[in-house]
Design a protein around this ligand. Sequence first.
Ligand SMILES: Cc1cc2nc3c(=O)[nH]c(=O)nc-3n(C[C@H](O)[C@H](O)[C@H](O)COP(=O)(O)O)c2cc1C
Length: 206
Amino acid sequence: MELERAIRGRRSIRKYEEREVPREVLREVIDLALWAPSGMNRQEWEIVVVQGTMRDRLLEVVSRSQDHIMPHLQELFSEKIIKISLQVFKNLGGAPTVMAVYIPESRREIDAATDAKGRYHQEFDRFNRLLSAAALIENLLLAAYEKGLGTCWMTGPKYMEEEINALLGMEGRELVSLIPIGYPDQSPPAPPRKKDVVRWIGSQSS
Ligand SMILES: Cc1cc2nc3c(=O)[nH]c(=O)nc-3n(C[C@H](O)[C@H](O)[C@H](O)COP(=O)(O)O)c2cc1C
């Protein structure tokens, strides 16, 4: 599939078919995700593939994040959108597989009294690890779409991070996102994109 078509056509899928994705296909998607760039090529990321009864237990934990997410949704969306958004936290759209992306636990407290360089030095590890993981996730989403699969990048479950990490046995790691993955059972319209976010500075020499 042409890259432009994948970039434009990929959507967040919040309803999936029950049928399992063959493990070989999931492996191919992960392999492509792992070609993402990373800060200093450290590749400090981990993907945990959750299926079967563990997926069911994960769903139960994630469903408890709804109360924390509600205030954010109420600030931004209509009742109708809130209902749809909350549904995905109840069952992760029914996806048979959920991928959890992790980075190593990094320093989070930043000393605001120091100058900008000092602050960046303090947040260097977490900043680069998070951005690298985000690149990995975008690769994963596009690779999945190319193979006819749906995904939804989710940070909402982060409210239940402690419980999720305990369930998955991820000590000393930070949960970046959960990504349900499976055959889509919906084809949602594309939410419009903002256009007024680019500033051109200077002129081209030729
Ligand atoms: C960092 C990040 C966090 C997100 N978290 C959630 C989430 O918790 N729940 C959800 O339903 N969608 C989540 N999304 C999906 C966005 O809502 C979605 O990408 C956006 O509405 C644009 O729609 P599209 O992906 O179909 O183009 C997240 C996306 C990103 C990039």
